[in-house]
Design a protein around this ligand. Structure first.
Ligand code: IMP
Ligand code: MG
Length: 437
């Protein structure tokens, strides 16, 4: 294979889980590099379906090693629930590794996440309430608890007690909430530490060994480009870097190790949580897309907002991530529509704008300029090759590809592994030829 990054090209939930699963077959190692249990993907094992938030779905392949790297934040309770669930299903987690430098989500992070959202009132971000933002805030503030701290039996109680006492001041004085019980939390986390100990390693070192041995590594992004802390629709973003560059920082590898970057985008757009979304549909078509696409969040069950494909965002994702190619998912969701619109530019304060406006307030004023294409109004879910697709569907995909100036390597037409068309090899096919050779 090679060392490949897979990222979400929109606001998350693009179907990265399915594409990662597809590519995991040829990967020796899958590395999750940012985010925490705000992410979620649905996994089907035989006739049982369940949801993973932290463990890469690569764990389902017996020989694949899975690493939850340094750039992630880990809620040990959630992680151990996933381990237990996999064990029940007969899936071994012996190949699960956790970076000792990853930060740990604590009970106070969850409480503070929700308290801060309540206080933001009409300015709320619509977080998943899992404590992700407060965990990263402590990381930046240099007061975080890392896996390596949990592993230090002698120092851990003191460190946790200090952190809990600090947060209790904030909970009581700022939010008027009950303080947390330090002894109970310390005991709880001591239990987690002992269970996690066999998995905790120097992840960057392990990844480097794999690179030297020419093993194939898949770096799996969570969330999506527009939720990136630096390059997304700030402040309506998550608190980590889902973009391709985040893989190097989060995993602890240099950019020279990366061979390919693959973007995943839905054939339309969705978003959960608050924040501007120019192509959002508030009509029956939006509802129809949501129903057909089963657009409900994996983590919170919230209904996702739905809209047309946004080519401005698409081009932005190509630029920010340096995408080599694209996987387009859920094309079948558009099967019934007579007409399909694609946003090619925005009208912003009387001007035509083709580049993503990085100011969220300007972005909120952007009015999409649409190109209308004919729908195909026939089922695509059984199509096995590009030739099988209705001509209108081919035209639609070509339009997206031309708009974004990027090849479409994979087309997904349903949840199952078989409902996938590989147009060209996403890993060994053509690279985005912008760099000097
Ligand atoms: P947080 O990551 O929980 O702080 O939430 C910040 C924003 O990111 C909210 O709009 C969430 O809905 C969104 N978000 C976080 N994780 C995901 C995800 O995995 N898919 C889609 N949206 C997400
Ligand atoms: Mg998801």
């Amino acid at each position: 294979m090679a060392n490949v990054i897979v990222i979400g090209a929109q606001w998350g939930d693009e179907g990265k889980g399915k594409i990662t699963d597809l590519l995991s077959r040829s990967a020796d190692i899958v590395v999750r590099y940012q985010g925490g249990n705000n992410a979620g993907h649905t996994v089907v094992v035989g006739d049982r379906t369940f949801k993973l938030h932290l463990i890469p779905s690569g764990i389902l392949y017996p020989k694949t090693e899975c690493i939850i790297a340094s750039g992630t934040v880990i809620d040990p309770q959630v992680l151990l629930e996933e381990v237990d669930r996999l064990t029940e299903l007969g899936v071994s987690t012996a190949n699960l590794f956790i970076a000792q430098t990853a930060h740990v989500t604590m009970p106070y992070h969850r409480v503070l996440d929700r308290a801060a959202e309540d206080q933001r009132a009409e300015h709320k971000i619509g977080t998943t309430g899992r404590g992700i933002g407060p965990t990263y805030a402590d990381k930046s503030e240099r007061t975080g608890i890392r896996m390596i701290d949990l592993m230090d039996q002698a120092r851990m109680p003191k460190k946790l007690r200090w952190a809990i006492e600090q947060k209790n001041i904030i909970l009581e004085k700022l939010y008027n909430l009950e303080p947390l019980d330090a002894d109970a939390i310390i005991a709880e986390y001591q239990g987690y530490a002992e269970r996690l100990r066999p998995h905790v390693i120097d992840a960057s070192l392990k990844i480097d060994e794999a690179i030297r041995e020419r093993r194939n590594i898949l770096f799996e992004g969570a969330q999506g480009t527009l939720l990136d802390l630096d390059h997304g629709t700030y402040p309506y973003v998550t608190s980590s870097n889902p973009v391709a560059g985040g893989a190097c920082i989060g995993a602890g590898v240099g950019p020279t190790c990366i061979d390919r970057v693959i973007g995943v985008a839905k054939a339309y757009t969705t978003r959960v949580g608050e924040g501007p979304f120019p192509t959002e549909l508030h009509d029956a078509i939006g509802a129809q897309i949501g129903d057909r696409g089963a657009e409900f969040g994996t983590t919170t069950g919230r209904k996702r907002r739905c809209g047309w494909f946004d080519g401005v965002i698409g081009r932005y994702a190509v630029r920010i991530n340096g995408l080599d190619c694209l996987a387009v998912t859920k094309l079948d969701v558009l099967d019934d529509l007579a007409e399909i619109k694609v946003c090619t530019a925005y009208e912003l304060d009387g001007k035509v704008v083709r580049d993503f406006p990085s100011d969220a307030r300007a972005f909120a004023r952007a009015v999409p300029i649409y190109e209308t294409l004919s729908g195909w109004q026939r089922s695509t879910s059984e199509c096995k090759t590009v030739e099988d697709l209705p001509s209108e569907a081919k035209t639609y995909l070509k339009f997206l590809s031309d708009l974004m100036e990027i090849p479409i390597a994979i087309i997904s037409l349903g949840a199952s592994r078989g409902q996938t068309i590989i147009v060209e090899d996403p890993i060994h096919g053509p690279k985005r030829g912008l760099l000097r050779s």
